[in-house]
Ligand binder design. Sequence first.
Ligand code: NAD
Length: 297
Amino acid sequence: MAMASNVSGKCAFVTGGASGIGAALATRMADQGAEVWIADRQIGPAEELADRLNNGSAGKAHAIELDARSYPSFERAVTEAVRRSGRIDYLFNNAGIGVGGEVDSYALDDWYDVIDVNLLGVVHGIQAVYPIMIGQHSGHIVNTASLAGLVTTVGQASYAATKHAVVAISKTLRVEAKRHGVQVSVLCPGVVRTPILTGGHYGRNDGVSDEQLLSRAESVRPISPDVFADRALRSVLRGKAIIVVPAWWKALWYLERLSPSLSMRAVNVMLHRIRQVDPPSTPPPIAEDAAQDGAGS
Ligand SMILES: NC(=O)c1ccc[n+]([C@@H]2O[C@H](COP(=O)([O-])OP(=O)(O)OC[C@H]3O[C@@H](n4cnc5c(N)ncnc54)[C@H](O)[C@@H]3O)[C@@H](O)[C@H]2O)c1
């Protein structure tokens, strides 16, 4: 279905724009006549997408190298975009990685890596672009969180922590930013068929094979990034606050709000099933005194 074309001539800055959801958002915006900055650590794929869009879309595209984990990198990229395009109307704070596994298998870096990209990357985007939008007295910040930012999940504690934080930031900023004429939305995708399902670029999943992860994802009917972007952008343009796509995942969000304890019980059943099919690679530790008892008998 065609999206309202009021993004024509607007400037959008999309982090993680070289792959998956970011690439689909950038493509949809350019198709509707926007000028798009595809900002990503993967500059090669970003340039390829920009070339494709410059040769076939109604808009204009630029590729720019960005490491969202670094504020100076973000500031440099944003300064360049504003120097050449004059303004930023949409910031899609979308870059993200997945680090999967149960907490008992985590190394400290499994927390740091995901917090650096998924949380600090969003913070850096806001710090770099919000003042520009305040100066323009207009703009729209669209942060990508996840359904994992709304409900109880298992096997992705660090990821879910960052996504809950992104939802919290977005809700607060939405209320505060109104007086500056700046809108804020947060995208909460269910499951979308992108490389992140197996950890994605720069992410990882320990102890579970890609095949197992993909078969888990397929069992909950993932949608394509294009379908996601189309539906999500329609809600963004209507100024919605929390955007869950596909909509049927909202049932889990309702359950979480209705009864957090029931939601946790449901997730406990799910974890039990997952462990039966894919036993965790790290066995539960044997308590020290139990081990000594065993040695003495
Ligand atoms: N695919 C899903 O099912 C799903 C579900 C919920 C939320 N999300 C979220 O959607 C967003 C996009 O993910 P995707 O599914 O398209 O995955 P993806 O792996 O296809 O794309 C992520 C992009 O982010 C880029 N990136 C990673 N680290 C970066 C960094 N430090 N600086 C700049 N760019 C960086 C990657 O190079 C890649 O192009 C993420 O925030 C993810 O958490 C995805």
